[in-house]
Design a protein around this ligand. Structure first.
Ligand SMILES: Nc1nc2c(ncn2[C@@H]2O[C@H](COP(=O)(O)OP(=O)(O)OP(=O)(O)O)[C@@H](O)[C@H]2O)c(=O)[nH]1
Ligand SMILES: [Mg+2]
Length: 444
């Protein structure tokens, strides 16, 4: 899909929905020429905003502001012209038509950043950081993406890679040493270095647990018996009446999803149908099946208990079942307002009065270990990064097990090195680039 070419490309970098102005970006060898022809103006000073008229034949299509960035000092490393136009649908369509007539084609998704990568302006991890910055929904996701974009994450990858390269060099020099002039490899020292690099890779891979929750949000299912106040709790956490609440048990049938922000992290709640021994009808039966699915696919379960519920044995059994499945469960006792003042057992909340709701939010961050994160922690948020680091760590382990056979050890180290080089983009295939850049929006 992405064959790097000398084409000049153009796209709007701003959203296609309404707004006062729209930013058009043109990149490639014909960018400045296209700008001159559109504006009938010759002399543009690089990096200076210039008031221009955009011409459509004899007519003026728009008054705009143009800025030129001359190669290589631009985002893409090529000549770039950026024009801020009025955001009318007509102007936007027409200017792209005019550019097309000048041989400038529409850019594909991610093509500007792809060119930046190709020009060596950024590595692949940084390029992915750019996409994540745009997609970042909360403070934590934004911070992780910033670390990727400004190269802090790449530095971590590179450090692991350098450790690996050194190990490999020590082995390769001995493989090439046919005259046996080198002292034999110090097995113990090599093993120690190998383990250190492996640990570094494993440690970074382990940050994916938090990184994934930060990027995708924490999936929290609200479960319990009917009428315990699950939907009321959903509403209390969200701060508005999203789900229907009633004193009838069996009110919620379909699962309801809604997201809220807890301390800068996204939490995606799923309200579920209450579970009871026997469903009253087919719809409730289906609702209960969906509840179980929601619980299974959640990162954590908020189990809502009602101490006044008729079937307390069922509550205990459900709680046990869910915990036995290995889920992290937060058990809350709802309707605290109906309990005696001196009752002090467990996490007491009241969806009705709001008591304990903030404590529950804190507990969500605690059980997911998000509250333990430090400001300057560098995290990976991409499954591909996780896979590559785990692969590298596995290859390092195999290398360590084969230090007596240097040929074999070198093979494993090379495989580990390749995995890391792919991460940074030192080794690329069209396939990798396709997957990464097709996730971008057009204009970036
Ligand atoms: N006093 C008091 N009543 C509550 C509280 N939370 C919920 N209720 C009441 O309990 C009843 C059931 O609330 P829901 O939120 O619909 O319960 P649910 O668990 O979603 O019920 P199903 O959808 O039927 O499984 C309603 O009458 C609520 O007003 C609370 O903290 N205190
Ligand atoms: Mg409900």
């Amino acid at each position: 899909m992405f064959i790097f070419s000398r084409d000049t490309i153009a796209a709007f970098a701003t959203a296609s929905s309404s707004g006062a102005v729209a930013l058009l970006r043109i990149s490639g060898p014909q960018a400045l020429d296209a700008l001159r022809r559109l504006t009938r103006k010759d002399n543009f000073k690089a990096r200076r905003a210039t008031l221009v008229k955009i011409y459509d034949g004899a007519e003026v299509l728009d008054q705009a502001v143009a800025v030129v960035y001359a190669a290589p000092k631009s985002y893409t490393g090529q000549d770039v012209a950026e024009i801020t136009l009025h955001a009318s649908a007509y102007i936007k369509t027409r200017v792209l038509e005019l550019l097309s007539a000048l041989g400038v084609r529409p850019a594909k998704a991610g093509e500007f950043t792809m060119r930046a990568f190709m020009a060596g302006k950024m590595d692949l991890t940084q390029a992915q950081g750019v996409a994540d910055i745009i997609a970042g929904k909360n403070k934590a996701a934004h911070k992780a993406a910033m670390n990727a974009m400004d190269g802090k994450l790449s530095q971590k990858f590179k450090h692991i890679k350098e450790g690996l390269s050194e190990l490999l060099a020590q082995i390769e020099v001995r493989l090439d040493d046919t005259d046996e002039e080198m002292p034999p490899l110090d097995g113990q020292a090599a093993q120690k270095n190998l383990s250190a690099v492996m640990e570094e890779a494993q440690k970074l891979a382990a940050t994916f647990c938090s990184g994934r929750l930060i990027k995708d949000g924490v999936k929290a299912a609200i479960a319990g018996v009917p009428n315990s106040g699950k939907s009321s709790l959903l509403n209390a956490l969200l701060g508005f009446e999203r789900a229907i609440v009633s004193e009838q048990s069996g009110t919620t049938r379909d699962t309801i999803e809604a997201a809220f922000n807890a301390g800068g992290y996204s939490v995606i709640l799923t309200d579920t149908a209450g579970i009871r021994e026997h469903a009253l009808d087919a719809a409730e039966k289906e609702g209960m099946a969906r509840s179980k699915k929601a619980v299974q696919s959640a990162d954590i379960v908020i189990f809502v208990k009602d101490l006044n519920a008729q079937d307390s044995a069922l509550q205990e059994r459900l709680l046990k079942e869910i915990s036995a499945g290995g889920k992290k469960v937060i058990e809350v006792i709802n309707k605290a307002d109906l309990l005696p003042q001196n009752f002090k057992d467990g996490l007491l909340i009241s969806a009705k009065t709001g008591r304990g709701i903030d404590a529950l939010k804190e507990e969500i961050l605690k059980v997911t270990e998000l509250s333990a994160l430090q400001e300057d922690d560098i995290l990976i948020t991409s499954a591909a990064h996780y896979d590559a680091l785990i692969k590298a760590a596995g290859e390092l382990k195999s290398a360590g097990e084969n230090l007596k056979n240097l040929e074999l050890a070198a093979e494993h180290l090379r495989a580990a090195l390749r995995a890391l080089k792919e991460l940074i983009g030192e080794v690329t295939t069209d396939n990798i680039l396709d997957v990464i850049f097709s996730k971008f929006c057009v204009g970036k």
